[in-house]
Design a protein around this ligand. Structure first.
Ligand SMILES: C[S@@+](CC[C@H](N)C(=O)[O-])C[C@H]1O[C@@H](n2cnc3c(N)ncnc32)[C@H](O)[C@@H]1O
Length: 299
């Protein structure tokens, strides 16, 4: 059921329904929407009605005809043109995560990740697969950034981090969280430490105004030294690895710490063996994609 709901939301997003309604500034009929987006009319009408059922669209009746408009949520998160769009993350779910989840049975039976079976890739790990082409790498980096455009400020302002001037975002991707950090704490500098090819792509996208506050260091956090910092951020990084590998990374960061250094970790799914639905779904996703058997499944 959840998968159907996702597919309805993602299809409407990908077809451009929410962008059209955001731009039009008036309610539109299904016939007009279908015509402007070049789709079949009856199928578009069904899709729009399903979106109303999911509260992504609203519908008003006029002269016995249904007219459709965005809800606030759709304008904010589902229009691709919105600065807070979640489209690229949904595309990552659609292209990588959901196809891989078909292999959950095999993942459980064999106790290992299934990224190779699902994507016919030579790479045996998530990052080898999602970074197999320059285009995939860029899409993944942008997808990861979507969340921080939406709630990065909220997360970072949950703590007073103003005393930390030198920050290292370990596995920081294209630096979207770093940008949120410096906008909240303008005196800080942030180093993104990530794989060399990720850092190369991120550098190309960086803008001059951020250059003196955000720097990039390419390396492998299992093999290379981590940059010095008084705050290490590990956001959605540990959940990609099994416990022994996480321990290896955390030990390295611990050894790099001086007295007073902190680290901020966006927690692993299922921490404390929580049995919330979110934690359980997160565990499934990690098992199939990355092979990281989370504490909950082990327990
Ligand atoms: C799930 S992404 C999270 C990205 C970012 N922290 C965020 O929350 O948007 C994990 C990140 O770890 C990086 N990474 C994976 N293996 C790495 C390694 N061995 N050394 C450095 N970075 C690595 C990936 O390139 C990716 O950017």
């Amino acid at each position: 059921m959840l998968l159907f709901c996702f597919q309805i939301m993602f299809s409407a997003c990908e077809l451009g329904v929410f962008d059209l309604l955001l731009e039009s500034k008036e309610l539109l009929s299904s016939a007009v929407i279908a015509e402007r987006l070049g789709t079949s009319h009856p199928e578009m009408q069904r899709l729009l009605e399903a979106c109303v059922g999911l509260k992504l669209l609203r519908m008003e009746r006029k002269d016995n005809e249904g007219l459709f408009g965005n809800t606030d949520l759709a304008s904010l998160c589902l229009a691709k043109s919105s600065p807070r769009t979640q489209y690229y993350f949904m595309k990552f779910l659609s292209d990588i995560v959901y196809p891989t989840s078909q292999y959950l049975t095999d993942a459980v039976r064999e106790g290992k990740r299934q990224i190779q079976s699902a994507h016919a890739t030579a790479a045996n790990d998530l990052f080898g697969a999602v970074y197999s082409t320059e285009e995939r790498l860029q899409r993944f980096s942008i997808a990861m950034g979507d969340a921080w455009c939406l709630y990065g400020q909220e997360l970072l302002s949950a703590f007073d981090l103003s005393c930390f001037q030198v920050v290292c975002d370990v596995g920081g991707g294209n630096g979207t969280l770093a940008k949120e950090y410096i906008s909240l704490y303008p005196k800080a500098t942030v180093t993104i430490f990530d794989l060399p090819k990720v850092v190369e792509g991120a550098k190309k996208q960086s803008v001059a105004s951020e250059e003196c506050q955000i720097s990039f260091q390419g390396g492998d956090f299992f093999k290379d030294p981590v940059p010095e910092a008084d705050l290490y951020i590990l956001a959605r990084t540990l959940h990609d690895w099994d416990d022994d590998t996480c321990e290896q990374l955390l030990t390295k960061i611990y050894k790099a710490c001086k007295p007073g250094t902190w680290y901020l970790n966006k927690r692993k799914h299922g921490q404390n063996r929580s049995t919330t639905c979110e934690a359980l779904l997160g565990c499934r996703h990690c098992l199939v994609l990355t092979g990281a058997l989370e504490d909950l499944l082990k327990g």
